[in-house]
Design a binder for this molecule. Structure first.
Ligand code: GAR
Length: 212
C-alpha cells in the first residue's frame, strides 16, 4: 500500500518561483510530498498560473475583503484544512500571519527569507544587506512564530555579495539558493527529522536528525 502523502499548503503573493522549485522537486522525486493547495492573497500573482499548470488547486483569498488580519487568517486556515494540509509554506507570502494560523498548524508553518536571519528581517532584505555593506548574505528557512522573521531557524545557506551587485542581481543570486534549500528542508520535515526543542530559559531551537 502507498504511504499517505505529506500534504503542503503553499501561501504566495507574487511570482512563485519558490513554489515552482517545490513542484519541480516533487516531480523529480526529491521531495516526497504533494502540494494540496496554493493560496494567494493577490489575484494576479503569477504563482497561481504555476499552480494551475501543475494541476494544483489555486485559490485566491483577498486580504482586502476582510475586516481584520485574524478574519483573513481564519479564511486561509479554512482552505488549508479543507485540503488536509500537514505543513504550511510561506513562499513569498507578503503578509504577517497571526496566531490564528500558527495555532492551527503548530510548528508546521515554514517561511523562506532572503537573508541570513537574524540579520535583515522584514521587507527588502536584499536591499538592507547591500546598504549595510555585508560581503556574505544568503537565505534562511525557519518556523514561523508570532514575530517578524524571528522563529526557530531550520537551515541557512550563504550567498556572496559582489561589489557590482545591485538589488536585482543579489535578489536573483539569493533566490537561486532559496530554490535549492527550501525543498531540502521540506523533505526533512516530511521525514520527521526536524524537532523543535525548548531549552529552559532559552529560545526554542531546531535540531535536525541526520542519518536513518
Ligand atoms: C523570495 O525571495 C522570498 O524569500 C521572499 O520573497 C521572494 C518570493 O519569490 N520573501 C520575503 O521576503 C518574505 N518576507 P517567489 O514568489 O518567486 O518565490
Amino acid at each position: 500500500m502507498r504511504e499517505p502523502a505529506f500534504v503542503l499548503g503553499v501561501l504566495v503573493s507574487g511570482s512563485g518561483t519558490n513554489l515552482q522549485a517545490i513542484l519541480d522537486a516533487i516531480e523529480a522525486g526529491d521531495l516526497k510530498a504533494k502540494v494540496g493547495v496554493v493560496v494567494s492573497n493577490v489575484a494576479t500573482a503569477k504563482a497561481l498560473d504555476r499552480a494551475k499548470a501543475a494541476r494544483v488547486p489555486a485559490i485566491v483569498v483577498d486580504h482586502k475583503a476582510f475586516p481584520s488580519r485574524e478574519a483573513f487568517d481564519a479564511a486561509v486556515v479554512e482552505v488549508l484544512q479543507a485540503h488536509r494540509v500537514d505543513c504550511v509554506v510561506l513562499a513569498g507570502f507578503m503578509r504577517l500571519v497571526t496566531p490564528t494560523v500558527l495555532d492551527a498548524f503548530p510548528n508546521r508553518v515554514v517561511n523562506v527569507h532572503p537573508a541570513l536571519l537574524p540579520a535583515f528581517p522584514g521587507v527588502r532584505a536584499q536591499r538592507q544587506a547591500l546598504e549595510y555593506g555585508v560581503s556574505i548574505s544568503g537565505c534562511t528557512v525557519h518556523f514561523v512564530d508570532a514575530g517578524t522573521d524571528t522563529g526557530p531557524i531550520i537551515a541557512q545557506a550563504p550567498v556572496p555579495v559582489l561589489d557590482a551587485d545591485d538589488e536585482a542581481t543579489l535578489t536573483a543570486r539569493v533566490l537561486q539558493k532559496e530554490h535549492e534549500l527550501l525543498p531540502i528542508v521540506l523533505q526533512w520535515i516530511a521525514e520527521g527529522r526536524v524537532v523543535v526543542e525548548h531549552p529552559e530559559g532559552g529560545r526554542p531551537r531546531v535540531r535536525v536528525r541526520i542519518g536513518p
